[in-house]
Design a protein around this ligand. Structure first.
Ligand SMILES: [Zn+2]
Length: 297
């Protein structure tokens, strides 16, 4: 089971979060049939979105959008405060050869573009307010560096961001995925920042320790070294979408009577695929007849 932890260190001047997302990335890869390099990019985006959403309140949601000119074409991920994340990519089958060092060419497949972070509150309960939208140009396309830049530039919170996805050629394809984010809040000590940077510089790769069974707390220990931290919250996280057959019915009925009648006449039914999770909903003749009879359309 994937997990996310959220906590503080150094008298609250440092905020820490870490996540293991191996199952989430496997589920995203299975649902969207993403290529290995796209899976690596998408997995990093899903992981960082969950971490950025770690302090969301009830009915809040956080969306990350990457608009880019690389072969992947664009990525979207959305986290709720319930520990769920969902998302999609524009071109799931795009692929590039690995880099000279054998690693996935994530920056190549992402290319140049813009990173958007959209924070919405009161979503779904009628207390909806204007979303807060921050954006920065992509600085590397490797995702972690781009989010570190976003945090410093757009939210004025200097942050260290580490993300890793490890894949193999046979099932289970995703062998490890996870991330850590360390945020230096106002009042944070320069010396602490240098210490953390130094510890990170000497730490093994996240995916190496995740493969060995590391928990989110272990990842924080790895990155913080001798600095103590307190976990404020730990929660299970999962790739999950809020679409349903009922939502599919209501979306199709919103197309209007004429459209529903012609679907019934010509196709004897209707099919709807959820963009976020690729679930296919099939409505048969009786479903469409019921729709027309109930005058909800
Ligand atoms: Zn869905």
């Amino acid at each position: 089971m994937d997990k996310l932890v959220y906590g503080t260190a150094v008298d609250g001047t440092v905020r820490v979060m870490a996540a293991i997302t191996t199952d989430i990335v496997a589920e995203a890869m299975r649902r969207h049939e993403t290529s290995p390099t796209v899976s690596a990019a998408f997995g990093r985006v899903l992981t960082v979105t969950l971490m950025l959403g770690a302090s969301l309140k009830e009915f809040d949601r956080l969306t990350v959008k990457i608009e880019c000119d690389g072969a992947v074409g664009g990525l979207v991920a959305e986290a709720s405060n319930q520990g769920t994340v969902r998302g999609y990519v524009k071109n799931p089958h795009a692929e590039l050869p690995p880099k000279a060092n054998g690693k996935f060419d994530v920056s190549g497949i992402v290319g140049n573009g813009t990173l958007y972070v959209i924070r919405e509150s009161g979503y779904d309960i009628g207390l909806y307010r204007e979303p807060y939208v921050g954006s920065v140009p992509l600085v590397s396309g490797e995702i972690a560096e781009d989010f570190a830049y976003y945090m410093a530039k757009s939210e004025q919170i200097p942050s260290a961001v580490l993300l890793g996805v490890l894949l193999q050629n046979t099932e289970p394809f995703v062998t490890a995925s996870g991330g850590v984010m360390i945020q230096m809040m106002p009042g944070a000590n320069e010396h602490i920042a240098t210490m953390i940077e130094d510890t990170i510089g000497h730490a093994p790769h996240l995916t190496t320790v995740i493969t060995q069974g590391a928990t989110p707390r272990d990842l924080l220990n790895l990155v913080l070294g001798v600095i103590d931290f307190e976990i404020l919250e730990e929660r299970a996280v999962v790739f999950s979408c809020n679409c349903s057959f009922e939502r599919a019915v209501s979306l199709i009925s919103s197309l209007g009577r004429t459209e529903v009648a012609s679907m019934l006449e010509e196709d004897k039914g209707a099919k709807m695929t959820c963009g976020f999770c690729n679930e296919i909903y099939t409505l048969g003749e009786p479903d469409l007849q019921k729709m027309l009879a109930s005058e909800i359309v």
